[in-house]
Ligand binder design. Structure first.
Ligand code: G6P
Length: 614
């Protein structure tokens, strides 16, 4: 949510900043801007409503010289997306320019105070308050920018990652973080700044992750100086990134989303690598093995997450209860964190998050940790905030996910939860040897079966265009297919803007059936090994009311084939692994419908990939 990029070195900053913004655009895309200290020693700010490409057009005949700059792509929180509210923001005297990701919660009080001191404001943003505050603190205390940022931030309540430039100081960027991610890249005599490593990886794989309440000074010819708000120096390990540049490119696909859908057989393979041994019928997730006693003694598991990760959590509930016989609750992180939950020392809290930065999930995990629970993270982005604060966890190893609608991260999360449930089941002796071995063998086949599932993409593309007329969709499933129904509906509404609801199939009779008519498509997830007969009855009920049915069925199914208007086959598998297959046609359907409707699938309106504000 909002992307920050910065550069200081000997190269031209502008092209590096623009490329960086393009890589970060998935975080927010309603406006973009850049601040540079130009060769003529101006502190130039250029910003505009719209995408990074609009910023490029806007700056075409402007002076974009200079080897130091900061840039921002915005997802609006305070103030509508327009030119004035776009970042960077100048201070009153225009001697400072600042970019910000996050929310300053006490901005109204600070603004009133600054206005009483003669400060005037051009925008409706909380960010402008911050830059004015820093200037006021700097001038009134007669301190340098580093100290002014430290002092100003002690007055600020909220979340931020910021970067500031100062007129007359072409050799220095000051940045700071609290609850919003910030990474420094270390090149040869140059530094980079990013909300994540994606704008940096092209130039260096050496990074420092800035922690909460830290301020960093990036200066040519000297080491980064990092202090907390009380001016205590902090030392930081330089980490090596494993990400590659090609992972950030579209690789010949028209959109990141479709590339990521097709990557899933490989991402699930990567996720299982070293964790499953087919020859020896073994599954071992080190996060569990290293804390075996915790899991053997756990009285309850609480899963906290948001969005698609929450849907993966629901599948985790079914898996962990069935395999490991531990009671599981799945909570929206945003509800959990504010409802004074009861936590016991034998509780395990699992925080699931692709980005590892979602504000609500992070806060829920922190709350659980403070209250003494053992906290386990399932995250994709290495080095992000959640894995850094949890007791232990497992990475999903899905590689960078750029499409805003999550696809490969979801199946990787489900894979980790499956491995987790199997590992605990074996350690606890909850599963017979035969069943365990049968499951291990079958799980290992899933990536190949995903490949087979994706081979029907052309057929899904052909029939999907028929549904662009629809205003509403219902998705139905039972058991393991119920969370898949929720996820299928979420995918469709996120990217095609068609209203869609997921329901447990049996609940249809308690309301949604009233909506069924010729116009209303229903997607039914009906693998053979689920509660098949009951789902067939649901389909008959829909057809009796002239509804149109798209069914996801196990290959060779003839009963539903004759009932449904359209059917998509997935390979046969265990019921518990079916979400890893049945989710794929639903992702494809949402994608193709959105493409035919002309929607921007990678950057759907009003959404952002990484929701680092509440
Ligand atoms: C946003 C994204 C969703 C994602 C959710 C949770 O809403 O658009 O795709 O599922 O955040 O994100 P996380 O990074 O915590 O999994």
């Amino acid at each position: 949510m909002c992307g920050i990029v910065g550069y200081i070195g000997s190269k031209d900053a502008f092209p590096i900043l623009i490329k960086g913004l393009q890589r970060l655009e998935y975080r927010g895309y309603d406006s973009a801007g850049v601040a540079l200290i130009t060769e003529a020693s101006n502190l130039a700010v250029y910003k505009t409503r719209g995408k990074v490409s609009d910023l490029e057009s806007f700056t075409q005949h402007k002076d974009v010289s200079g080897s130091i700059g900061i840039a921002h792509t915005r997802w609006a929180t305070h103030g509508e997306p327009n030119d004035v509210n776009a970042h960077p923001h100048y201070s009153q005297s225009e001697s400072l320019a600042l970019i910000h990701n996050g929310i300053i919660e006490n901005y109204a009080v600070l603004k009133e105070d600054l206005m009483s001191r003669g400060y005037t404001f051009k925008s409706n943003t909380d960010t402008e308050v911050l830059v004015q505050l820093i200037e006021y603190v700097k001038v009134s205390n007669n301190v340098d920018l580093f100290t002014a940022v430290q002092l100003a931030l002690t007055q600020v309540v909220g979340a931020y990652a910021i970067a500031v430039l100062e007129r007359g100081h072409p050799d220095c960027i000051i940045a700071a973080r609290k609850s919003s991610p910030l990474v420094v890249g270390i090149g040869d005599d140059e530094y980079f700044l990013g909300s994540d490593a994606s704008p940096i990886i092209e130039y260096t794989n050496r990074v420092i992750y800035i922690d909460d309440d830290e301020v960093v000074r990036l200066k040519r010819d000297s080491e980064p100086r990092i202090c907390n708000l009380n001016n205590v120096e902090k030392s930081h390990e330089i980490k090596e990134l494993e990400m590659s540049l090609s992972q950030l490119e579209k690789g010949g696909f028209p959109h990141f989303m479709i590339k990521e859908i097709f990557e899933q057989p490989n991402t699930v393979r990567e996720c299982m690598r070293g964790r499953i041994n087919v020859e020896r019928n073994r599954v071992a997730l080190s996060g569990i093995i290293d804390h075996k006693e915790r899991f053997l003694n756990a009285k309850r598991i609480i899963i906290v997450a948001c969005g698609t990760s929450w849907h993966a959590g629901l599948i985790g509930e079914y898996l962990l209860e069935e395999f490991a016989r531990i009671p599981v609750e799945v909570e929206y992180a945003s509800e959990f964190r504010y409802r004074n939950p009861v936590l016991c020392p034998d509780d395990i809290v699992i925080a699931i998050s692709q980005s590892g930065e979602t504000a609500d999930t992070l806060a829920a995990a922190e709350l659980a940790k403070r209250q003494g629970a053992f906290v386990y993270g399932i995250c994709n982005v290495v080095g992000s905030s959640i894995p850094r604060m949890t007791h232990t966890g497992s990475y999903t190893h899905a590689g960078p996910e750029i499409g805003v609608a999550s696809t490969k991260a979801f199946t990787a999360q489900v894979t980790v939860l499956t491995l987790m449930a199997l590992t605990i089941a074996e350690e606890k002796g909850e599963m017979s040897k035969d069943v365990f071995e049968q499951y291990v063998q079958e799980l290992a086949l899933i990536p190949d079966k995903m490949e087979q599932t994706l081979s029907v993409a052309g057929y899904i593309e052909d029939f999907s265009s028929i549904f662009t007329y629809a205003k509403n969709f219902i998705y139905l499933g039972r058991g393991y297919s119920y969370p898949v129904a929720l996820e299928g509906a979420l995918k469709l509404k996120e990217i095609s803007y068609i209203h869609a609801e997921g329901y447990p199939a049996a609940e249809m009779k308690h309301g949604p059936i009233a909506l069924i008519d010729r116009e209303m498509p229903t997607v039914v997830i009906a693998p053979k090994k689920g509660m098949y007969d009951k789902v067939v009855s649901n389909i008959q009920e829909i057809k009796a009311r002239k509804g149109r049915v798209v069914a996801i069925v196990t290959e060779g199914d003839t009963v539903i084939r004759d009932l449904a208007d359209y059917y998509i086959e997935i390979p046969d598998t265990e019921d518990c692994f079916s979400p890893l297959l049945s989710a794929l046609p639903l992702q494809l359907m949402a994608y193709y419908i959105a493409v035919v409707k002309g929607c921007n699938v990678d950057q759907p309106r009003n959404l952002a990939k990484s929701v680092t504000v509440e």
